[in-house]
Write a protein that binds this ligand. Structure first.
Ligand code: MN
Ligand code: MN
Length: 458
């Protein structure tokens, strides 16, 4: 029996305010499962709040003043938002960086085939998944098919309660003797992750009648052909909304909370603050789960290019000024941390790990083995943040990602640090990270939002 005094932060916030914030998050998370959906959904909220796009400012249509929100998107998959401060950008910026891609299965380029009167889609998994967790679940398909005429068709199947769902089958226990004796990592292979999508033949069809019927449905519903799937991006994700979790409704279970819980709280922080002293930035990036590469990932020049444009419209662009602003930017890499799991205590060192309900988490470093691949934040920066959080009455925790040599991981922190910024990882603790359904604490979500605001205003 655990008789330790509770160290949770539940008693410090007004529970109706906390619940309202978390319900807004739960609804947004349910309706925005992919990077594209996050960019379009957040852009819509930005427009409603009076934000302008940076291209509107560059073209001279709009002018910026302190307090204004201005944004830019990159290939519909990443988004940067600035809230203009009272002081010149040359005096420094405050930056929240989160990622809006999450582990999933992507359809292959030639996905559709028929086998024994069943139609299936081939997939290639994206990000780090335990493959056995993704079978026998109701799954939905989200994405786009781009056609040769330049039009792009939005696809979303499996989210409306009246929609069908799809899924990956698994071997029945009765015949799973050999499968069950394999290593867990080999029991379900990447090539096993085929999505069962149909079994009804198209009438009067000789060959591949079930596949032909699926193609007829795609043609009728979306006006796309089998060839159009070559230029499609369809992400297969758990179907259905995020839910309150626990008999006391203290937690949220949802797909993609790594890292959309930090993306949403960062987004809300910059939307809800007044006019900051220093210009605030919220960058929501793609491709973190596969190494941050590509034009929409954190390794790209997207942020530097956009910042150059911003400095230009603010009348202070030069190559030297751009470098100066980058090196005087302070960053919270808004990413999730692993929560202690009472079922698996052995992987954590209890003095240096994060617990659900005890507030947002600083990870001074991540990496593997001897901190390999990690941004290790400076002591002076950590001291600055202790002061900011204490002054704002924020309760936080510090953590490592598991015991020494137990495993490891990384975030976008080091990429921003390469630009000369002070950076530390700071976000919400998550249980079941990278599983189809991840768990967070509502108390942590709300406290993280308040902590991000305190940082932007510091
Ligand atoms: Mn993450
Ligand atoms: Mn991740």
């Amino acid at each position: 029996m655990n008789t330790e005094k509770s160290m949770t932060i539940w008693d410090k916030s007004d529970s109706s305010v906390l619940n309202t914030f978390c319900e807004d998050y739960r609804v947004f998370l349910s309706g925005h499962k992919t990077e594209r959906e996050n960019v379009s959904g957040m852009t819509e909220l930005l427009r409603k709040a009076g934000a302008v796009s940076l291209s509107e400012v560059v073209s001279g249509e709009k002018r910026l003043q302190a307090g204004d929100l201005v944004y830019e998107t990159m290939m519909k998959k990443s988004l940067v938002i600035f809230r203009i401060g009272k002081k010149s950008p040359l005096e420094g910026m405050r930056f929240l960086g989160a990622h809006i891609d999450s582990p999933r299965m992507d359809l292959k380029q030639h996905p559709l085939y028929e086998n024994t009167d069943l139609a299936l889609f081939e997939t290639h998994y994206y990000g780090g998944i335990k493959k056995y967790q993704w079978v026998t679940l109701p799954l939905a398909m989200h994405g786009v098919a781009a056609k040769k005429d330049g039009s792009v068709v939005d696809i979303c199947i499996g989210e409306d309660p009246s929609d069908p769902v799809v899924g990956v089958s698994d071997l029945l226990i009765h015949l799973a003797g050999r499968q069950m004796s394999k290593k867990v990592s080999e029991a379900v292979t990447g090539e096993n992750l085929n999505i069962l999508i149909g079994s009804r033949p198209l009438p009067d069809t000789e060959k591949n009648a079930v596949k032909e019927n699926i193609l007829a449905i795609l043609k009728e519903k979306y006006d796309i052909t089998e060839d159009d799937l070559v230029s499609a991006e369809i992400e297969v994700v758990p179907a259905g909304p995020a839910r309150d979790y626990g008999l006391d409704r203290s937690m949220i279970m949802g797909y993609g909370q790594d890292d959309k819980v930090c993306a949403y709280t960062s987004f809300r922080a910059i939307m809800d603050i007044g006019t900051p002293e220093l210009t605030s930035v919220c960058l929501l990036t793609d491709k973190e789960e596969i190494g941050s590469m590509g034009a929409t990932g954190m390794h790209s020049r997207f942020y530097e290019n956009t910042l150059a444009e911003l400095l230009n419209v603010l009348g202070c662009y030069s190559e030297l000024n751009l470098r100066r602003v980058l090196t005087s930017t302070k960053v919270l890499s808004s990413d999730v941390s692993a929560a202690f799991d009472p079922n698996y205590p052995d992987v954590m060192e209890k003095n240096n790990c994060a617990y659900l309900g005890r507030g947002p988490v600083f990870n001074k470093y991540t990496g593997s083995r001897g901190k390999s691949g990690s941004n290790d934040a400076n002591a002076e920066y950590m001291a600055f943040l202790r002061r900011v959080m204490d002054d704002a009455g924020i309760i936080y925790q510090t953590s490592e990602l598991g015991k020494v040599d137990e495993g490891g991981g990384g975030t976008i922190a080091y990429i921003l640090a390469n630009l000369g910024m002070e950076v530390i990882d700071f976000g919400v603790a998550v249980l079941n990270m990278h599983a189809p359904w991840e768990i967070t604490s509502k108390a942590d979500i709300y406290e993280t939002y308040k902590a991000y605001q305190a940082f932007l205003m510091a």
